[in-house]
Design a protein around this ligand. Structure first.
Ligand SMILES: Cc1cc2nc3c(=O)[nH]c(=O)nc-3n(C[C@H](O)[C@H](O)[C@H](O)COP(=O)(O)O)c2cc1C
Length: 200
């Protein structure tokens, strides 16, 4: 069975540029051919600021939005976050979405396509990587930073630089190795998530 790669659009801001970048990367991942790519838009889940009464690791979710988000994340084998940088950190929409869940993220590799001004979103990536380790995710060193992305967008569509493609290939190759290597841990873990869900 092919491994599912969720490319997550992290910005939910009206007028955001994230979808143009994410569509390009998702299509590129399809051409790359190792993963089964799925584009996931955080805006579709319409998550309010974290409002579950219990710690997410207990998975006693009260809200339909959390259950839908949990189901989406639990179905993936690997993640790429397409993220801007807000004040040298990740956008609140991404931090919020990460914090909504806990165990669903475990034993998956995570890569970043980041964009913004001169830093290409790299400061946001470094901050986020530290948080991902709490979830037992494996942040991949290879990434796709896009400094000064705005001139590369035409009517919301990304016109990629050659370096984006080279970097994306390197990141996907490495992610695939980790996704394969973590398969055993992930399948045991996902089976235990299903058993708990059935018992609830
Ligand atoms: C609240 C806020 C903070 C920002 N901080 C940064 C920053 O620290 N570094 C940067 O390169 N760009 C920063 N920007 C500019 C963003 O890179 C730019 O607005 C980009 O389009 C955001 O991505 P989005 O349109 O997908 O939300 C910031 C934008 C906002 C709205």
């Amino acid at each position: 069975m092919s491994l599912k790669l969720h490319t997550i659009i992290a910005s939910t801001r009206p007028g955001r540029v994230g979808p143009g970048v994410a569509h390009w990367f998702n299509d590129f991942a399809a051409e790359h051919g190792k993963f089964d790519p799925v584009l996931v838009d955080l805006a579709d889940f319409d998550l309010p600021v974290f409002n579950e009464p219990e710690h997410p690791r207990l998975r006693n979710y009260r809200h339909a939005h959390t259950k839908a988000w949990s189901e989406s994340v639990a179905s993936a084998d690997a993640f790429v976050f397409v993220t801007p940088e807000y004040n040298y950190g990740p956008p609140p929409s991404l931090l919020n979405a990460l914090n909504y869940l806990a165990v669903e993220w475990a034993y998956t590799p995570a890569g970043f396509v980041s964009y913004g001004g001169v830093s290409g979103g790299l400061r946001a990536v470094q901050v986020t990587k530290q948080i991902l380790t709490t979830f037992k995710m494996m942040p991949i060193p290879e990434g796709v930073p896009m400094p000064m992305v705005f001139p590369h967008l035409e009517n919301g569509k990304l016109k990629p630089e050659e370096i984006y493609k080279t970097s994306a290939t390197a990141m996907l190759d490495e992610m695939y190795k980790w996704a394969e290597a973590l398969k055993g841990l992930r399948s045991q873990h996902k089976a235990s998530l299903q058993t708990k869900a059935q018992a609830a």
